[in-house]
Ligand binder design. Structure first.
Ligand code: FAD
Length: 453
């Protein structure tokens, strides 16, 4: 490959902070709020124009779609996201659970309010492009924006980029799921102009269950108790569209769930396009995924208009701002979570929160219908090889089964809150994040409303 040398340059330090959180998805947003509430001067940096990560940028609205009557749920800032969304008119009842789907558009504003209330310094439209590391200590990051190249220095950094971008660039050990095993990426979209009465009547007269998630070329592991439960699944219109020639036969992957329908006829969080074989750390793959995903979404809309009652006069409302990515790099953490931990109610002395037994991904669907739950170890957020750095959200350390659980947004918020509190306490007690007194962290988390055991 041809190479060029870039000229050495001086970069202005534009900001210093105690805790710098990079990435504002459920993990990063919760981390920043928790750190600020624990008394640290906190900055939240985000490459796009709104906070919320997949929730707002992709339109992933099913924040707690796993919740059933007997579910023992997490507590803390994640629940606050749902409650604030409800009280600010940014949520709709979720059709398969005791929860509300968060309105991905309106939550952009809810997140602004949460950030301002916590006294966080907000920084949108800056992308982290390099790390500042001295020896094995991370000191800050370099960002790029319309304003050029700038440096930000921080006492502790939380990598909440979803892709472990900071850990990777700072030289911590990370690994990536092989591309052929990666969870598919999706172009998400919403429609408006749906006749809600007709749509819901059709759902009731042709009810789907989770067993419909199996297709000709794929299957789903459940415990059996999931199979007969109602699922907001859409399959028949696409089968008809293939039969009629509207959708090519090879696109039998166009199928999936709808998330919520508003009184005004907005059918949102349409999770119908699944793009396998994409490595989302490769911009050429991302380009292909965005364009192919939009093509498939338009085919899906045409099929719904023609073959799904209530959608005849509907149209595209919006695509997510960006392709939805589920799976890229994870850190090799001080403790990597295992299938056993999430399937057998794992318990840890360094627990920073709990999450119900909800496993969704890599061909597994287990719903928390029985009250079982597991604890989340702080050490799964500690990367190896770089000090003063924590990694939270969907790229914490663990195997595939454990990721099918911890990648869920509520769980990312639980881990995020733990990371934020730990970062603040490590500064206040003048120790590295790896040596922080976990009892103090747990105490503060409980004061903040989290459930540890
Ligand atoms: C299509 C789809 C459907 C899903 N469905 C569900 C569901 O129904 N329920 C559920 O709970 N979960 C679902 N998930 C999973 C869930 O959305 C993610 O696992 C979760 O959002 C991860 O949270 P996070 O905070 O780790 O990262 P993200 O939400 O990915 O946020 C990362 C943030 O970091 C920012 N960022 C990245 N790199 C940089 C950088 N270099 N500089 C600055 N900012 C940066 C991004 O812009 C983004 O805001 C779904 C995911 C997808 C893609």
């Amino acid at each position: 490959m041809e190479l060029i040398n870039e000229a050495a340059r001086e970069t202005p330090v534009i900001h210093r902070t105690d805790v710098l959180v990079v990435g504002s998805g459920p993990g990063g947003l919760a981390a920043a709020i928790a750190a600020a509430r624990a008394g640290a001067e906190t900055t939240l940096l985000e490459r796009y124009g709104c906070f919320g990560g997949n929730l707002t940028q992709v339109g992933v609205e099913g924040f707690a779609w796993y919740r059933h009557d007997k579910t023992v749920d997490s507590e803390g800032i994640g629940i606050e996201f749902e409650e604030r969304a409800k009280s600010m008119g940014a949520a709709n009842p979720e059709p398969q659970s005791n929860s509300h789907a968060i309105d991905g558009e309106a939550f952009k504003y809810v997140a602004d309010v949460l950030v301002q209330e916590a006294g966080i310094t907000p920084m949108l439209h800056r992308t982290m492009v390099a790390t500042i590391v001295e020896g094995d200590v991370i000191k800050g990051v370099i960002v790029e924006s319309k304003g050029g190249r700038e440096a930000i220095l921080a006492k502790r950094i939380i990598d909440a980029t979803g892709d472990a971008d900071i850990a990777h660039r700072a030289g911590a050990l990370v690994h990536k799921t092989p591309v052929e095993e990666m969870m598919a990426a999706s172009v998400m979209f919403s429609m408006n102009g749906v006749d809600k009465t007709q749509f819901i009547e059709d759902v009731k007269s042709n009810p789907h269950t989770y067993s419909d998630w199996c297709g000709p070329d794929w299957s789903m592991e459940t415990t059996g108790k999931e199979d007969k439960l109602f699922s907001p699944y859409l399959k028949k219109p696409f089968e008809k569209a293939i039969k009629s020639g509207l959708i090519p036969a090879n696109l039998n992957t166009i199928t999936g769930t709808w998330g919520a329908i508003s009184e005004q006829g907005d059918l949102s969080y349409l999770n119908l396009v699944h793009l396998a074989g994409l490595d989302a750390t490769n911009p050429d793959h991302l380009t292909r995924g965005e364009m192919e995903g939009r093509r498939q979404a338009m085919l899906a809309i045409a099929a719904l208009k023609q073959f799904n009652p209530g959608c005849e006069n509907a149209k595209l409302r919006n695509f997510g701002m960006t392709l939805g990515v589920r799976d890229t790099r994870k850190i090799d953490a001080v403790y990597n979570m295992t299938a056993q931990d999430v399937r057998e109610q794992g318990q840890f002395e360094d627990s920073i929160g709990i999450f119900p037994e909800f496993i969704d991904g890599y061909g597994i669907l287990i719903l928390p219908t029985t009250g079982r739950y597991f604890q989340l170890p702080y050490r799964s957020m500690l990367p190896k090889g770089v000090r003063h750095l924590l990694v939270t959200g969907r790229c914490v350390g663990g195997d595939q089964d454990s990721h099918a659980a911890v990648r869920n947004m509520m769980c990312c918020a639980v881990n995020g809150q733990g990371a934020g509190v730990a970062a603040a306490i490590s500064i206040q007690t003048n120790v590295d994040v790896a040596d922080v007194d976990i009892k103090k962290v747990q105490q503060k988390l409980m004061q903040q409303g989290a459930r540890i055991h």
